[in-house]
Design a binder for this molecule. Sequence first.
Ligand SMILES: Nc1ncnc2c1ncn2[C@@H]1O[C@H](COP(=O)(O)OP(=O)(O)O)[C@@H](O)[C@H]1O
Ligand SMILES: [Mg+2]
Length: 306
Amino acid sequence: MHLNIFAGKGGVGKTNCAVSLALHLSGSMDIKTAVIDYDGGHSVANTLGTTTLLSRNMVCPMKKNFAIAIVENTDFVGIAEAITKKWTLKEYLAQFPGEFGLIPLTDMVNAFFGVLTDTVTLQKFATLITLLAQLEQRGYERVIIDVEPTAGMERLLLNVQSTARSLTNLQNQGIISLSMIGAKWPHIAGYLKGDYIKHADKHAANIQHVATLLTNAKYMIVSTPEASPINQTFEVRRIIEKFGGKVHGYVVNNLRGEAHEASNISRLDAEGLPVVKIGRQAGLHSGKERTPILLNMGALIARELV
Ligand SMILES: Nc1ncnc2c1ncn2[C@@H]1O[C@H](COP(=O)(O)OP(=O)(O)O)[C@@H](O)[C@H]1O
Ligand SMILES: [Mg+2]
C-alpha cells in the first residue's frame, strides 16, 4: 500500500487534488484507491458531490475500487470526570478500544501530573492507524490523505514520532518505574496491567508501520500562484523533510494566466521537482457535472506521480 499526501495552505485546492487523483486512479487506472479525509468535516464528500451521509471513522465504500474514510474526533470522558462520576477504571478504559488504548496514558498524565499532551491529535492518529489497517486488509493499493493545512499536518507528523518514542520507552525500562508511580496512582497502575500495555509490542509495531508509510509517502505540495501560498510551500517542504519524508513535487492550482503568476511559479520551477500546473476550472462552480473536470485534473497529477 502506498500513500499520497496533498499538503499546503488552506483553500489552495488540496481536497480537489486528493479527490481528482482518487477518481482517476480508481476509475481510469483500475487501482483500488481510498481517500482519507483527515481535515475533518465534509470537504471530501462535498467535493465529490455526494449527498449520502457518511459514517465517521469508518471505511465507506463509494463505488468500484473507491472508498472514503472521514476522520473525526469523538468525545470521551476524561479520568478526572470519570472519578467524579464514580466510574470504575474498567468503565473508563472501555472507551478506548484497540489503538485508542494509548490515549488514557496521555489523559492521565495530563490530569495527574499536569503535563500537557496533545490528546486530540493522538486520537486522530489512533483513528488513522485503525483505518489504514482496515484499508490494507481490504486490499486498497493506494491511499490518498487529505491532511489539514500546514500547522495541522506538522502536529500529525510530530505526534507520530513522539508516540512511537513514548511507547518504546514504556516497553523498555519505563514500565517498571511507572509501576512504582502506579503505587501512588492506582488508576495508572490498573492501566499498566491492562490490555493495551499487555499488547504493547503489537501496538508499537502498528505505530511503526504507519510511521513508515508516512515517511515513504509521496508528498505533493499544493499552492495557488499567489506569493503567500507559494511562500508557504517552502515551509511545508521543511516540515516534511524534518520528519524524514520526501517531497515528490508541487501542484500550482487555479492558474488564470495573470501577469503576476509567472514569477511566483518560476520560484517553484527552480526547486528542480515536478510542478503540475492546473488552470482555473470554471466548471467546478457552475453546478454542472464535476466528475469529468476532476478526472482531467487527476490525470494531470498522476502523470507526474509515475
Ligand atoms: N482549479 C480550480 N479551479 C477553480 N476552482 C478551484 C480549483 N481548485 C480548487 N478550486 C476551488 O477552491 C476552493 C478550495 O478548494 P479545496 O480543494 O477545498 O482547497 P483546500 O482543500 O486546500 O482547502 C473550492 O471552492 C474549490 O472548488
Ligand atoms: Mg480541504
